[in-house]
Write a protein that binds this ligand. Structure first.
Ligand code: URA
Length: 264
């Protein structure tokens, strides 16, 4: 196997980190996006699904799940993980939520968003009028980012890890074909849009992920850390836009959430 893709990913990671620390002369944002999209870095996903495939979406997802569960493309993550946290939910979902990466509880249980942030995400989903099992939930990275030498805590995925795992997510999206994707937090925004613009600038507006409308909003963990009503309201307004886009009725009660303390 050629060492070129790995070397290219390392260079891209280096240039992205340089941009994040304010050095913008290495490569422009659009050049980085183009580099990330080269077939060497983001290969076309394994063709486990085709539009005319007679298998059901559930069968195709199960097949991809089995492939991902045996993945060792990031040897350090394969060595430290308990499970590959593939994704969960309705293969026919109209909404797909995409987070960052599994934490300790998700790694232990093999299911995304089951910890504190997950409980808040479930509450948001229910307040939107769905059951958790109606939607599909996945992460940019399917393995828990390792934290060598630490017994607790999380770290964000590296650009290399994100690029390596990305084909699994694109394949999941291709199988499910949700009507809307919701990206949760800055890592999801970066993974889905190839952008490092602040989330505050990206949220609240529609983007596109391979032809599917994409809304990015605050990560539930951020909403747990920052209890300001104004931030909850912004995240809720993003979800109202999602409901509207999907043609679902929005009640006066829906519209009023988080506008005053009594509605929080
Ligand atoms: N945060 C995420 O982004 N994903 C999870 O699965 C859990 C917490």
């Amino acid at each position: 196997m050629s060492a070129f893709p790995e070397a290219l990913r390392a260079v891209i990671g280096h240039l992205e980190r340089a941009r994040e620390t304010g050095y913008t002369r290495g490569a422009s944002q659009s050049a980085l996006v183009r580099l990330r999209e080269t077939p060497e870095v983001t290969p076309a996903p394994t063709p486990v699904s085709r539009a005319d495939d007679p298998e059901s979406k559930a069968q195709r997802l199960a097949r991809l799940h089995a492939i991902a569960s045996a993945c060792t493309k990031c040897p350090h993550l394969a060595a430290s993980r308990k499970t590959v946290v593939f994704g969960v939910g309705n293969p026919e979902a109209e909404i797909m939520f995409v987070g960052e990466a599994p934490g300790a509880e998700e790694d232990a249980q093999g299911e995304p968003f089951v910890g504190r942030a997950g409980q808040l995400l479930t509450k948001i989903i229910q307040t939107m009028g769905y059951r958790r099992e109606d939607v599909y939930i996945a992460n940019i990275l399917k393995c828990r980012p390792d934290t060598p030498g630490q017994t607790a805590g999380n770290r964000p995925p590296t650009p290399e890890e994100m690029g390596t795992c990305f084909p699994y997510l694109t394949e999941q999206v291709g199988i499910i074909q949700p009507r809307v994707i919701v990206g949760l937090g800055a890592t999801a925004a970066k993974g889905l849009l190839g952008q490092t613009r602040p989330l505050g600038e990206l949220r609240g507006a529609w983007h596109d992920f391979r032809g599917i409308p994409l809304m990015v909003t605050y990560h539930p963990a951020y909403l747990l850390r920052n209890q300001a009503l104004s931030e909850k309201r912004k995240a809720w307004e993003d979800m109202l836009q999602v409901k509207e886009r999907l043609g679902h009725a929005i009640s006066e009660r829906d519209r009023g959430y988080f506008l005053s303390k009594s509605s929080a």
